[in-house]
Design a protein around this ligand. Sequence first.
Ligand SMILES: Nc1ncnc2c1ncn2[C@@H]1O[C@H](COP(=O)(O)OP(=O)(O)OP(=O)(O)O)[C@@H](O)[C@H]1O
Ligand SMILES: [Mg+2]
Length: 580
Amino acid sequence: MIRKISSYIGEFKRDSIITPIFVALEAIMETIIPLLMAWIIDNGVGKGNIKYVCIVGTIMLMVSFVSLTCGALSGKYAAKASTGFARNLRRAMYYNIQNFSFSNIDKYSTAGLITRLTTDITNVQNAFQMIIRMLVRAPFMLIFAMAMSFYINAKLALVFLGAIIFLGIILYIIMTRVHPYFMEVFKKYDDLNASVQENLTAIRTVKAYVREEHEKSKFYKASETLYKYFIRAEKLIIINAPAMQFAVYTCILLLSWLGAKMIVSKSMTTGELMSLFTYTVNILMSLMIISMVFVMVIMAKSSAERIVEVLDEKSDLTDPENPICEVKDGSISFNKVGFSYNKNMDNLVLKNVNLKINSGETIGIIGGTGSGKSTLVQLIPRLYDTTCGTIEVGGVDVRKYDIETLRDEVSMVLQKNVLFSGTIKQNLRWGSKNASDEEIVAVCREAQADEFIEKFPDKYDTFIEEGGSNVSGGQKQRLCIARALLKKPKILILDDSTSAVDTKTDALIRKAFGEEIPDTTKIIIAQRISSVQDADRIIVLNDGKIDGFGTHEELLKTNEIYHEVYESQVKGDDDDNGSK
Ligand SMILES: Nc1ncnc2c1ncn2[C@@H]1O[C@H](COP(=O)(O)OP(=O)(O)OP(=O)(O)O)[C@@H](O)[C@H]1O
Ligand SMILES: [Mg+2]
């Protein structure tokens, strides 16, 4: 994992190496200063030698200046390295997410991905900066001070060794215990973000149902659990502080006691004991810093794991080795197709589907909610891959096509389609980047979007808000159809795309399809029989199986489900008309 994540340091390797060099230089300079100070006091001030004081004083000034510069430079390079590292990670993650297939997307929640892209990366960035600065400085100081104390009095220095081992054990225990808590904390972060995101994207629904209080309590719960888990993790980490204090005071007590004995037995001078005390502080301060960095590293480890998980996620839709870059025609065939969202053969959403659709045909699909209509059509542009069986478009297995070619030729208006913030023109050009204004107007006419666009003051330059919130449901659907038409596809799939459009306009759209794009295979999923009854053939889907496939008349005679739906809708219409 560490190798994987550190490979993203990339071009910031140089900065990541320069930083510790400057840090080390800064630390050396800092340890020299007390030595110079001692010289000034002992040899200069003590002996009244002003010249000596001036010379060594100037050296000291220079040393502190170098130390300051090194400190500043190390800070600069550390910041550059860590922010650059974070940028690389974020980019790599974002690019990989763009390659995700629909089933990859199903695996992660949107909120979870956002937490990983923000909080988790920030954790890793901070830890990285700490590592290249503090984790160099502290061990450096530690080793230097240890060496000096062993040099002064090896026996007493053993006390430090004992303290280091003691603290090492405590740190190890904390690290292993606290890691699972942090994993939990980040999951709770996902929940919190999910709660916020869900609420904000659906704020209108929340208001319409006066669910503010419920949403507030949901958020309260999510933040409360996050708080509790954090407290648990922090409670463990906090053990670090008393352990540290314990080590410091034990060291000082032992040193004073043993040192005093040694002074009495003349095996050590008072000066030596005094300098050992200074080193105690140095050593234990370094240990404290190391343990702090370790805590950050533990947190970052959980974050790094979550980042690597996304980086390692391979899109399960890959282009074949020698992709075919041309779709011959709009014919479609399903051969013994079975599909399950969780790749589990017991849980098939589609079962043994066999279909042959000719190029240029208009096919209607009817079926109850959850019967698998959307699932069926999503397999055609390879938004998901089949669990078993094959699908051919233009006589070739969909898995043999270059995905971009296939999706350009199979244009689909998703059931949950969205518009993006931008003008109408910009939105429509998603279908085809270089479409001319005339082409845009033409597809809008076909989709019956032209008449309402012309009524907007800014016409085709009208700004669409995020998610298309400033156009009506039916207008949005018509814009989505126009966007799909602009691709000039060989196969056009409309997944319940006229549900919010009135029946008259719906009929006009279908009429325009018949006149303007007769050669395109059109698949229309609808709830209303009237939307599909003039199709060449109609598929009746029931519980993932094809229950009937034929013309309106044939199905009325032979298919029970179709007959029932027809009866209920026609009767419903008659009742409506009768009551007027
Ligand atoms: N992304 C998904 N992950 C897991 N299960 C899913 C997913 N999408 C749909 N399903 C399940 O697959 C089944 C078929 O769903 P599908 O969306 O194909 O139905 P549908 O016929 O289009 O329904 P509707 O008329 O309501 O749009 C349902 O039981 C649904 O719960
Ligand atoms: Mg559907």
